[in-house]
Design a protein around this ligand. Structure first.
Ligand SMILES: Nc1ncnc2c1ncn2[C@@H]1O[C@H](COP(=O)(O)OP(=O)(O)OP(=O)(O)O)[C@@H](O)[C@H]1O
Length: 358
């Protein structure tokens, strides 16, 4: 079974040459494989500037990596033929944070929805197109009669966002990459949209990469979570333990910033970095050291590798250096595969190398 989409040891650097000081490493040595079966939901979580949008753009072929490669069905995006590129465009759909940019203000909403159906030859008649569009709009909680015939500026930001989700549903892709797809809608609609995305995985076998700064929705919707910090994986694995018992000091901080009425939480606010952490300059050692209350000497020397702390999770932190290493390109070996392994085994304790990749 060929991997549907893969990021293989991808690094993206913006600005300057490799040796310039003004360059930004937006993503470093990142690997991820999305298999065609079983359909899965993977959340990429991180604060502003952690590299989430850069990753989405790379996976969609909108920008090319500085090092490493993005592969669609085993082939580097840079070498796809026209026909393969077309298949890629259909199989991998995007939903963006600010959908206004992707609308042409002179066309009615209908145009946005008809175009992919026509482009990919998905319907045989106008009547079938209309029916598919109505179903897709209803699936995201929009009333077709109040949406069709309107121009983009006549809809709210949240409505435009939902039209984008409906558009992605219409094409029936194999993977949707959704960058903050619910950032502009209120809580009740958020649940509707997340439900429709989840239904897509369940009913149509579409996988989802859900990119967000919001750990709670990531937890609600995903099988596995990747926590990014300044372009590197801080922690990853089965969503439940990552959120319920975070290991990396940065994940703990993210969880702590969620306003939950729990007086027992030890990390309700950002703690001061350790004495050693204060000395860190983030360009050589661990990128989180200058904010980390547990930073040690070794954290200033080299960015930590991934330690497989449990069967279904990895943490890039020297606090867990007793655990076995997992090479970054095998990150997904620490992922729960829906329908293959359940939560009961996911929190079972120390890593067992013999089962990795099962
Ligand atoms: N085109 C660009 N040119 C230069 N630097 C860039 C460019 N795009 C992103 N960056 C930088 O790369 C880093 C990662 O940015 P990115 O937009 O991927 O983060 P993000 O996690 O999506 O943030 P947000 O949640 O605010 O959208 C940031 O430091 C950003 O300033």
């Amino acid at each position: 079974m060929t991997t549907l989409l893969e990021a293989r040891k991808v690094t993206k650097v913006y600005g300057g040459g490799l040796f310039r000081r003004d360059r930004t490493v937006a993503l470093e040595d990142f690997s991820l494989r999305i298999e065609p079966e079983p359909p899965s939901i993977t959340a990429i979580v991180g604060e502003s500037g952690s590299g989430k949008t850069t990753l989405a753009r790379l996976l969609l072929g909108m920008t090319m990596p500085t090092a490493g490669a993005i592969l669609y069905q085993g082939k580097d995006l840079r070498t796809l033929s026209r026909r393969e590129w077309r298949a890629f465009r259909r199989d991998v759909q995007a939903i963006f944070q600010d959908p206004y940019e992707v609308y042409n203000p002179f066309y009615r909403i209908d145009h946005v929805l008809h175009t992919p159906l026509k482009k990919f030859g998905l319907v045989k008649s106008e009547r079938e197109a209309q029916q598919r569009i109505v179903e897709a709009l209803q699936a995201v909680g929009l009333r077709p009669e109040e949406t069709l015939g309107r121009y983009p500026h006549q809809l709210s930001g949240g409505q435009r966002q939902r039209v984008m989700v409906a558009r992605a549903l219409l094409v029936r892709p194999r993977l949707i990459i959704a960058d903050e797809p619910v950032s502009m809608v209120d809580a009740s609609l958020r649940a509707t949209i997340l439900d429709s995305l989840r239904a897509l995985t369940r009913d149509f076998g579409v996988s989802l990469i859900y990119i967000t700064h919001d750990l709670i929705t990531a937890y609600q919707i995903s099988d596995n979570i990747i926590v990014l910090y300044r372009g590197s994986v801080a922690e990853a694995g089965h969503a439940e333990p990552v959120v319920q018992e975070p290991q990396h000091p940065y994940t703990r901080l993210l969880i702590g910033s969620i306003p939950l009425p729990d007086p027992d939480r030890a990390w309700s606010e950002e703690q001061e970095p350790s004495e050693i952490g204060r000395l860190a300059d983030a360009s050589t050692g661990c990128t989180f050291a200058n904010r980390c209350p547990y930073a040690m000497e070794m954290c200033l020397e080299r960015h930590p590798p991934l330690y497989q702390t449990e069967r279904y999770r990895v943490t890039a932190c020297y606090l867990y250096r007793e655990s076995p290493l997992l090479a970054s390109e095998h990150l997904d070996e620490a992922f729960v595969r829906p329908g293959v392994a359940g939560p009961a085994v996911a929190t079972s304790g120390a890593a067992d190398d013999s089962t990795a990749g099962a």
